[in-house]
Design a protein around this ligand. Structure first.
Ligand code: GLA
Ligand code: ZN
Length: 687
C-alpha cells in the first residue's frame, strides 16, 4: 500500500457531498450548471461520479467517450471541488452483457442471470476482468493529472456469489491449494457423513447445505474472489495514479463479505449506512447499532478517519415502509458518524433521477429542482455546520479501554451449522446471532458510559483492558492461546453463550465446550444448550446481589463451574440453580462467562459491576440515562465532545461539574441539562 490509510492527500477539510449522476442528465446542460450552483450553496466539497456510467463512457466496445466527464471534472476543478471518480464495474453495459454472456452470474440452480439489474457480474470471468481493467486504465490515463481527482471509488457495494463453471473450477483449485489432498479435505469436512466423501476434486460442488464445512469454505473462497476482482480493478489505478487513494464502499455487517480482509487492500475505509428508524422499535437501540457499525469501520481503518460514503438525506425507497426522517434525526445521524471518526459525509443521492428503480429514493435535490425544499435546506444548513467543523480533521478518536471481537468467519460457521437457534429475518436485512450478540454487548457497554472499539479475531488486543468475545463460536487453538495470554497478562476477558463450539473447519471441539482450551480459561464446562421459544423466559438471580434478578431468553446454556466462581444462577426450568454468570480470576486478569442471552438491563448491570470491580471508568464521569451518549474526538488543541439524545423523548442529564460549550449556539451546558428529542450538541470541553 503506497498511501497511509485514512488520508486523502488533498484533504484539509471534511468532505461533504453525494453520489452524482450527471451521465443521466447529459441532454440538459442547464441542469448540470444548476447542480453546481446548488452544490456550492450547500457547502458541497465533492461528489462520487460515474458509478453506473459504463455505457456512456464506452458506448461501443473499444470506443470511449469522455467529453461529458471532462466537462464535469473541469467544472468541479474550477469551483475548487473534488471528484471521487468511480470505476463503473457495478453494472454492465448491455452490449457487453449480451456479447459475452459469461460475464453474467449463475445462481445455485445453474441458471444464468439475464442482462440487466446490477452488482451481478461473475467475479472469475476473464472477460469481465479484462474489460474492467481496460476501462480503469483508460480512466486513469485520462484523468491522472486532473486537479479534481481526489479518490478512486472502485466499483460499488461488491457482494453476492456466482456458481458458474469457471467459479466452480476456481473453487476446486482454491481447495486444492488449501488442503493439498482429498484426504485432508474429507477429514476437514467430516465427509463420511451422508456419503459425501470426495474421490476426485472435480466432484466438489459449490453448494451443499448438508456439508457445513463446505459452506464456510465457499464463503471464504467467494470473499477471496471479490478481493481478487477488486485488486484486478485497482492494478491500473495504482500503476498510473500511485498518489490517489482507492476505496470501495462497504455495507456495514453485510453477511457474505469479510471486510477485515478487504480493508487490508484499501487505502481508505468507506461505508454506506441506511439506518431504518422504526417507531415500533426503540429507536435509541438502532442508533447504538449504527455506532457499532461506525466503530467497526474505525477498527478497519486502524483508528484513522473513514468515510460515510452513502446515507440518505431523507427516506429510502426500498424498505417496506419508507418513512421520512423526523426533525433532528438526519443531523444527528451525520454528527454521529463524525463523532465516531468519519471525515466524510456523502449522500445517496444528489438529485432524484426522472426514471428507474430509484426515482423516489431520497436525494438532496428533489424533482421540483429548487433550493426551497425541506431536505435541501436541511442539507445546506448541515453543509455550513460541517464546514465550521473542519478542524475535526486534526481530531483523533482516543483508543477505548474496551474492545469487542467481531468475526465474519465465526458468524458464517454458526449460520452454516444446522442446530443453533435460527436467526430471524428482519426485512430487509437478515439478522444473525453473532451480530445481535455483539451489538447487545456493545449497547450494554455504551449504556455503562463506555466507548468500545471493534476488532477482528486477528487484531492485536493486548493494549485493551477488557476484551469481549460475544458468541465467538469458531475458535482455533491459536486464538484460544492468545485469549489465555491476554488473561494471564492481566486482561479482563468476557465470553458469552455459543463461544468455542467449533474449530476453523466448523467441526465441533471434543472434550467439552468451550473448546480449544477455553474450558480452562473460563473454568467452566458448558454441558448443554437450551434453545427456547420466543415467549419462554428463564429466571436469573445473582449469588450475592439481591437486586440482580433478570430473565434470559432464546439461548440458555447449562454450565458447570469447575475452577470459576459462580456470580449468578438460573432460577427456573429443570436446570434451576445451574451457574449462568461465572468468573475465573487469574492473577490480575479474569475471565467472565455469561451463558445466556440476558436482556439489556441485566447485561448493563453486569458490566457496571465488572467495570467498577476492575476500576475501569468512562473518560467523562457523568450520569447519563439510557439513550444519551457522549463521544469525544481529541487533538492537540483540546477535546470535542458530541452529546446525543437518541430518544424521541426529552431526557435530563447531570453534567456534574463538567462544562460544555455548544459550538453551534455558543450556549454553556452545565449541571442539570434537558436534552430535547434527538438533540445533538457538538461541544468544546471546558475543564
Ligand atoms: C446502495 C447503492 C446505491 C443506491 C442506494 C440506495 O447503497 O450503493 O447505488 O442504490 O443503495 O439506498
Ligand atoms: Zn462465475
Amino acid at each position: 500500500m503506497s498511501i497511509p490509510k485514512g488520508n486523502i492527500p488533498k484533504q484539509n477539510q471534511l468532505f461533504y457531498g453525494a453520489d452524482y449522476n450527471p451521465d443521466q442528465w447529459q441532454h440538459t446542460p442547464e441542469i448540470l450548471e444548476r447542480d453546481i450552483e446548488l452544490m456550492k450553496q450547500a457547502g458541497v466539497t465533492s461528489a462520487s461520479v460515474g458509478i453506473f456510467a459504463w455505457t456512456v463512457l464506452e458506448p461501443q466496445e473499444g470506443r470511449y467517450e469522455f467529453a461529458w466527464l471532462d466537462c464535469v471534472m473541469d467544472r468541479f476543478a474550477q469551483e475548487g471541488m473534488f471528484v471521487f471518480l468511480a470505476t463503473p464495474s457495478g453494472s454492465k453495459p448491455m452490449w457487453l452483457s449480451e456479447k459475452y454472456p459469461e460475464v453474467r452470474r449463475v445462481n445455485k440452480d445453474g441458471r444464468r442471470d439475464a442482462s440487466g439489474g446490477r452488482h451481478n457480474h461473475c467475479m472469475s470471468s476473464p472477460v469481465y476482468r479484462a474489460k474492467t481493467a481496460q476501462m480503469n486504465r483508460a480512466l486513469a490515463e485520462r484523468y491522472k493529472n486532473h486537479p479534481a481527482l481526489a479518490l478512486w471509488h472502485v466499483g460499488n457495494e461488491f457482494s453476492g456469489e456466482c456458481h458458474c463453471d469457471v467459479c466452480r473450477i476456481n473453487f476446486q483449485k482454491w481447495l486444492k491449494v488449501k488442503y493439498q489432498t482429498l484426504e485432508a479435505l474429507n477429514e476437514a469436512w467430516w465427509s463420511n457423513f451422508w456419503n459425501h466423501t470426495f474421490t476426485d476434486w472435480s466432484q466438489i460442488p459449490t453448494f451443499d447445505q448438508s456439508i457445513d464445512g463446505l459452506t464456510v469454505d465457499w464463503l471464504r473462497f467467494t470473499n477471496d474472489q471479490h478481493i481478487s476482482f477488486l485488486r484486478n480493478e485497482m492494478a491500473p489505478l495504482r500503476e498510473l495514479t500511485p498518489n490517489v487513494p482507492c476505496t470501495t464502499n462497504f455495507m456495514g455487517t453485510h453477511e457474505g463479505t469479510n471486510y477485515w480482509e478487504w480493508s487490508e487492500h484499501l487505502d481508505i475505509i468507506s461505508n454506506d449506512l441506511y439506518p431504518m428508524p422504526d417507531d415500533r422499535e426503540e429507536t435509541w437501540k438502532q442508533s447504538i447499532a449504527s455506532d457499532f457499525i461506525h466503530s467497526l469501520m474505525r477498527g478497519m481503518s486502524g483508528g484513522k478517519p473513514w468515510m460515510l460514503l452513502e446515507c440518505s438525506p431523507s427516506s429510502v425507497n426500498w424498505g417496506q415502509i419508507n418513512k421520512l426522517k423526523r426533525p433532528g434525526v438526519h443531523r444527528q445521524e451525520v454528527l454521529q458518524a463524525l463523532a465516531n471518526g468519519a471525515d466524510t459525509i456523502h449522500y445517496f443521492q444528489w438529485r432524484k433521477g426522472r426514471g428507474g428503480y430509484e426515482k423516489y429514493h431520497g436525494a438532496v435535490v428533489d424533482h421540483e429542482g429548487s433550493d426551497q425544499g425541506r431536505v435541501y435546506k436541511e442539507c445546506a444548513a448541515l453543509g455550513r455546520e460541517i464546514e465550521s467543523l473542519g478542524s475535526l480533521c486534526q481530531h483523533e478518536l482516543p483508543q477505548a479501554d474496551i474492545a469487542i471481537v467481531y468475526d465474519w468467519e465465526s458468524r458464517w460457521a454458526l449460520n452454516a451449522s444446522c442446530g443453533p437457534k435460527a436467526a430471524k429475518v428482519i426485512h430487509p436485512y437478515p439478522s444473525d446471532i453473532t451480530t445481535e450478540a455483539c451489538q447487545g454487548h456493545y449497547r450494554a457497554l455504551t449504556v455503562a458510559g463506555q466507548s468500545v472499539d471493534v476488532l477482528s479475531a486477528q487484531s492485536e488486543f493486548t493494549d485493551y483492558k477488557v476484551l469481549v468475545i460475544p458468541a465467538l463460536y469458531m475458535v482455533s487453538d491459536v486464538l484460544s492461546a492468545r485469549l489465555q495470554t491476554f488473561v494471564d497478562q492481566g486482561g479482563i476477558l468476557v465470553g458469552s453463550y455459543l463461544t468455542g463450539y467449533v474449530d476453523e473447519t466448523n467441526r465441533c471441539h471434543l472434550g467439552g465446550f468451550p473448546g480449544a482450551g477455553l474450558r480452562e480459561t473460563f473454568g467452566i464446562w458448558n454441558e448443554e444448550v437450551d434453545y427456547l421459544h420466543d415467549e419462554t423466559e428463564v429466571s436469573i438471580v445473582a449469588e450475592l446481589d439481591e437486586t440482580y434478578r433478570y430473565v434470559a431468553k432464546d439461548i440458555v446454556e447449562v454450565l458447570h463451574a469447575e475452577s470459576a466462581e459462580i456470580l449468578a444462577r438460573t432460577a427456573s426450568e429443570f436446570y434451576n440453580g445451574s451457574p449462568i454468570i461465572t468468573r475465573k480470576q487469574a492473577g490480575a486478569g479474569a475471565a467472565y462467562y455469561v451463558g445466556a442471552k440476558i436482556g439489556d438491563d441485566g447485561l448493563s448491570q453486569f458490566y457496571q459491576q465488572v467495570l467498577s470491580v476492575h476500576a475501569i471508568h468512562p473518560k467523562m464521569r457523568m450520569t447519563l440515562p439510557k439513550g444519551v451518549v457522549i463521544r469525544q474526538r481529541e487533538s492537540a488543541q483540546g477535546t470535542l465532545a458530541f452529546l446525543f439524545n437518541y430518544k424521541r423523548e426529552v431526557q435530563s442529564i447531570d453534567l456534574h461539574n463538567q462544562t460544555l460549550r455548544d459550538l453551534a449556539t455558543g450556549d454553556l451546558l452545565r449541571g442539570h441539562v434537558e436534552l430535547k428529542p434527538y438533540a445533538s450538541h457538538v461541544c468544546v470541553v471546558d475543564i
